[in-house]
Design a protein around this ligand. Sequence first.
Ligand code: NDP
Length: 241
Amino acid sequence: MRTALVTGGGRGIGAAISKKLAEDGYRVLVTYCTSSKPAEMVVDDIRSSSTDAVAVNCDVTDAREVALLATHPWVIEGVDVLVLNHGRYDRIDAKELNLEHLRRTMSTNFEGAFLVWDAVKSNLTTEARICVIGSQLGTRGSPHGADYSASKAALSIWARSLAQSLAPEGKRVNVIAPGFVDTDILAGDSPEKRASREEEVPLKRIGTPEDIAGVVSFLVGEKSSYITGAVIHVNGGLYLP
Ligand code: NDP
């Protein structure tokens, strides 16, 4: 059976991606950092409805935990799809950002993705697909997330470079840059803030985790076989670069 590894696959967008890939026929290795219960629920859901899944604890900022992840039997047997989805967004005014915070964000969002890739790269199958979850802010920037935006910009350009390097081997790498998506990241919004976001989006709604999961499914499938090194903006028309 084909294997997918989804970082941060137990919650929010990652949970929707894990379930969608299971529907597509993959067994799914779901990693979590602090939220074990939601990850176990995703695993139970997949096992009861489609294929097989397992939850593995892995803080992507901890090289030892990432190295341990790479020793999981499903990884050793070969990873067909790697989704680097994990991320943190702490909303700090760009003027207030300090070095400690910048390093924390970069080490999670960017270095963490690199560490996971580096640990599992020798176990990727011949035509493996890699999908990286960036952000519209990685292109636009944000007054409330200079660190987050910079980490997502780095992630995106790293992934596009990797795509160019891996293409001759038949492996494909693509980036999804979501706009507003209804997860815990937006949970602090007041009703007024939510309404103003909906108004701002040309399609007049906040995206769902399933909106992103569907695009992941496309990008790792055969119908996208000529797409690599792309950044796909999934944002309801909010920002069209
Ligand atoms: P959530 O906050 O709901 O989920 C974040 C996920 O990242 C959780 O699964 C969390 O795991 C994991 N994570 C955080 N830190 C670490 C770490 N150190 N090691 C391993 N895993 C970690 O956010 P979303 O689902 O919304 O976000 C998913 C991705 O989509 C992120 O990369 C985010 O930046 C991106 N995105 C989201 C947007 C949105 O509007 N929601 C917009 C644009 C991009 P755990 O809970 O176990 O700690």
